[in-house]
Design a protein around this ligand. Structure first.
Ligand code: GLY
Length: 592
């Protein structure tokens, strides 16, 4: 286990840190239409933000994407609450202050380490497809896929939310404090208001046309027809009322009764693009406990969420293939980048072919991360240049496998937070409403997800079914990768990120930075990104990663320089706690 000095009790993120984080506003993704128009930050400013040091603490810590949410979690932990208690408070607050990324209308995955039993549990609070959904949900009359935003905006993309049920399930399993008290800080903040952050303001401005299509959404984000700006005081009485209903009535008050009826009416009544979600879907929703997926890397067990997430399997495949290669030359070395890039491409090829909701399609989970299979795939990396072609492998499995490759699009949104409590319990949770502002439908103070667009829009290719096609009751494949890294049965690092399917690259790179490049947790999150999924090497604009471009081009890659707005949060657990927040967003770490 790593050790580090913690002599100082403490910590609190300084206001300078918070400001620095708040300044780090960047567009969600250049792929999101109007965001293209937002200029990336200049190189010096971005690199300067990457120079932070970890926050340290002796007892407990929380790191998340917004200071209000971090404070809510910290107050719970200071009062003796568990990591499960704190995650309820953090999530409730994130749904208010970072509404574009996660909330009651979305879904989440949780990896939880329970110190008393030394047990790692993964909980699946993913959205589900309505019972009335069919494999052709996102196809036109001719069977052709809809345009992405034609599918996203409106009711068609809305799956049954899972986040409220996940909060309640985690609290029931591991919570110690009163449920309603955990929702109180978000209720108060919703009533008293909070200042719109620069990041939220920038995203509202960039998405104003879509947000303006639905009255309740427009009223909230574009009052009087004008987008909110940074510093505006934003109150949300409807959200406070919803939380009060859940505080007193439990999570059933969300899944049945007037709130559920309003959700359904909003989805089915969405003008121009109505959906098929019903009250039955809501009443049937269940959190699922899944077996964690763990892969050994550098004498650690890297553990995370299995299907319907592709996160742990794909991160695990990348690391498993790289296990036999020396990466110590670091992130500026083009050979290291070749190895990571092509291991990622190989893993993404398997992901596209085999990974989906394992309750609906047989997934060769064990075969995909079997050391012998990964060694076979790793041997493909032994050349000198970029692989000219990458294809899925043939992992061992007890079923016949005949799937076509997937064609789903995942654009960045989402949020990740990590919590360690005073008893050593650890929560690593990635939470989402999918696209920024989800379906753009707002009901009772929160946005509804567009998670169903994480399914493949195509259901078949040349007559062969796609594993991640839409089916009623199925959960769309995710890239979310909430992770806990274990050593000798104890957690040493909790980490995760938003970022669509680039989440996988962000998390894998950060773990490599931590374990291979001997970086502290803040340095690991701040390494300039270079991410490869399908062949093109994305390098992070405005950072030293741009210098990789000529060598990567020489190796045979197409290189695309672009903003890569991860939102990594991590806590390192050793003699004390060290936390990091991604300088590209507005989050902080805070502990004592
Ligand atoms: N919607 C983002 C993900 O689940 O990967």
């Amino acid at each position: 286990m790593r050790t580090f000095l913690t002599g100082l009790a403490l910590l609190a993120a300084t206001s300078a840190q918070a400001q620095q984080a708040a300044d780090a506003v960047q567009p969600e993704a250049a792929t999101q239409g109007a965001f293209e128009a937002i200029s990336p930050e200049v190189a010096e400013a971005l690199e300067a933000k990457f120079a932070g040091t970890p926050v340290t603490a002796d007892n407990w810590m929380v790191a998340a994407a917004n200071p209000w949410a971090v404070q809510a979690g910290a107050d719970v932990l200071a009062a003796g609450g568990t990591a499960a208690d704190a995650l309820v408070a953090v999530q409730a607050m994130l749904g208010l202050v970072e509404p574009q990324s996660s909330g009651l209308g979305g879904g989440a995955f949780l990896v939880y380490y329970d110190a008393a039993t030394a047990t790692l549990t993964t909980l699946d609070g993913r959205e589900t497809a309505p019972q009335a959904a069919t494999p052709r949900l996102f196809q036109d009359a001719a069977g052709e896929p809809l345009g992405f935003f034609d599918a996203v905006v409106g009711g068609l993309s809305v799956g049954t939310p899972g986040t409220p049920a996940l909060m309640a399930d985690a609290h029931a399993r591991w919570g110690a404090l009163d449920w309603s008290a955990l929702l109180a800080p978000a209720i108060t903040r919703a009533e008293e208001g909070f200042e719109v952050s620069p990041r939220l303001a920038g995203l509202i401005a960039a998405d104003a046309e879509r947000l303006g299509r639905f009255q309740s959404t427009a009223d909230y984000f574009l009052p009087g027809g004008t987008p909110l700006v940074a510093g505006d005081l934003l109150q949300n009485a409807a959200y406070a009322e919803t939380l009060r209903a859940i505080a007193t009535g439990g999570v059933e008050a969300f899944y049945t009764g007037p709130i559920a009826q309003d959700i359904v009416a909003t989805v089915q009544g969405a003008e121009g693009n109505p959906g098929v979600l019903s009250e039955v879907d809501l009443s049937l929703y269940q959190v699922k406990e899944r077996a964690p997926v763990c892969v050994t890397y550098r004498a650690h067990d890297v553990c995370g969420m299995g299907p319907p997430s592709s996160g742990a399997l794909t991160v695990g495949q990348i690391l498993g293939m790289l296990e036999s290669y020396d990466l110590s030359a670091g992130p500026a070395d083009d050979e290291v980048r070749r190895l990571i890039g092509d291991a990622s491409r190989l893993a993404f090829a398997d992901r596209g072919r085999y990974m989906a909701d394992s309750d609906f399609v047989p997934v060769p989970t064990d075969g995909l991360v079997d050391p012998a299979y990964l060694a076979e795939r790793a041997a493909l990396l032994s050349g000198d240049d970029a692989l000219p072609e990458v294809a899925p492998g043939a992992p061992a499995f007890d079923h016949a496998l005949n799937w076509a490759d997937d064609a789903s699009l995942e654009l960045p949104s989402t949020s990740h937070f990590v919590i360690v409590d005073g008893a050593g319990n650890v929560a690593s949770m990635t939470t989402t409403i999918e696209n920024g502002f989800g379906s753009r439908l707002m009901v009772r103070g929160f946005l509804l997800n567009n998670e169903l667009t994480d399914f493949s829009f195509r259901s078949h290719e040349d007559g062969v079914p796609i594993a991640n096609r839409v089916e009623p009751g199925k959960r769309p494949r995710s890239s979310m990768s909430p992770t806990i890294v274990m050593q000798d049965g104890a957690p040493v690092l909790a980490i995760g990120s938003p970022g669509g399917s680039r989440i996988i690259g962000y998390v894998a790179q950060s773990i490599i930075a931590y374990l291979d490049w001997d970086m502290d947790v803040q340095q690991a999150l701040s390494v300039p990104h270079a991410v490869n999924r399908f062949g093109t090497y994305d390098v992070e604009e405005g950072t030293s990663a741009e210098a990789l471009a000529p060598a990567l081009t020489e190796l045979g890659y197409e290189v695309n320089t672009r903003a890569l707005t991860s939102g990594l949060h991590a806590i390192e657990i050793g003699d004390g706690l060290r936390g990091g927040a991604d300088p590209r967003r507005e989050g902080i770490a805070l502990g004592r």
